[in-house]
Design a protein around this ligand. Sequence first.
Ligand SMILES: CSCC[C@H](N)C(=O)N1CCC[C@H]1C(=O)O
Length: 383
Amino acid sequence: MSTDQSTPGPEPLSGNRLLSENGPLSGTRDAQLQQAMARAGLDALWVSRPENVRYLSGFTSGDDAKLLVVAAGAQAGATLYTDGRYTVQAGEESRYPAFIARPPATLEHAAPSVQGLRVGFEADHLTVSELEGLRAHWQANGSQATLVSTQGVIEALRLVKTEEEVAQIREAQAIADAAFAAVRPGIVAGVREDQVAAQLEAFMRGRGAGSAFDITVASGPRGAMPHGTASGRIIGNDELVTIDFGAKVNGYHSDMTRTVAVGNPSEELRRLYRAVLEAEEAAVQAIRPGAKCSDLDKLSRDILVSHGLGEYFAHSLGHGVGLAIHEGPGLRGSSPEVLEAGMVVTAEPGVYLPGVGGVRIEDLILVTESGHEVLSSSPKERL
Ligand SMILES: CSCC[C@H](N)C(=O)N1CCC[C@H]1C(=O)O
C-alpha cells in the first residue's frame, strides 16, 4: 500500500467503507498478541508484513493489506485495511472488520483510534514513504501518536506452530515428497534443469499446492550456486544435481533439498557428498527442545571443517519454516535462539566449490516434546 497518490491504482468499489462493525480481540492468538504488545510497551500496532497480517486476520492477499491492532482501552480491537479489489475476499476471510480504501483514507480512518497512543510499526516491513504517511496523519491535527519502531513482535508468536499449522506444513511436505518420487526417475543425462523444475511444479499444482519458491536445479558446476535457480542447462553424465524445492499449502511452506547422482560422479564429488550427508544427519539427530541454534550450526560446520570443507559451507545450517519460507528460528552461529517443541526448522548444510560443483542435503524437521520428527521422507542417495 503506497502513500504515493500519483501511482495509478484501484479505487474503492463504492467509496471507502467498513464491511462490518468493529470486532473485539478474542481467542488465544489475540491474547498472545496483546501480551506481546504489552511486553513491547505498545498500545497499538500497525501490521504491514503480509504473513503477519495473514497470521492474525486470516486475510490471504499480500498485495494490499495492513492491520491496525489496538490492544486495550475504549478503542481496543483490530481493523483490516485493504482496497476495493479485495472487498469480497476480505469479507470472506478476515476475522476482523475491513475498511476498504486506499491511503491516505486508510490513515485518516485510523487516526482517531491511535490518538495519544504508542503505536508500533514493523521496521523491516514499512517503506520510508509509508512511515512518512504515518507521521503525517497520526502525529498532526491533534492525533499525537508516538510511533515506535519494532522488530519481530508477531514473528515471535509465529515461532511455535499450532497443530493446525503443522498439519498444513506436513501436507505441503507430503506433496513435495510425492513430486520428488514421481520426477526422480526422469533426472537423467540429456534433460534440461528447467524441465525437471517444471515437472516438479506441475506435479505439486496437480495436487492443489503451489511452489514454495523458485526451484533450484543446479547440475554439474552450477551446483556451486546455493540459489542456482533451474536454467536451460542440459544435465550431463556423471554429474551431481542439487534440487531444492517446496510446496505451499494454505500459505504454509515446505522446504527440502536432495542432491542426486546422474551416472557415476567422480570420487571427489562423492567425497563432498558423504561429508555433507554426515554433517546433515548429525544436525538432524541433535534437534530437540533446548538445543541452541548456534550449537547446531557449529555441530554441522565442525564436521565439514574436519573434512577440510569448512570454507565452502557458505551459509547457515537452517531456518524456521511456516507462513514464510525463511522465518525464525535461525539455525546460525550468531543466533541466541533455543529450540522449542512445535518449531519447524530445516537442516541444510552444503558445500559449494566454484568451477567444480556442490552438494546440499536438507530435511524439514518438527521439534517434538521428545526430540524431533523428520517431516521430509524422500530417500537420500548413499554415494
Ligand atoms: C529462496 S528460498 C531457498 C530455500 C532453501 N532451502 C534455503 O533456505 N537455502 C538454500 C541455501 C541456503 C538457504 C538460504 O539461506 O537461502
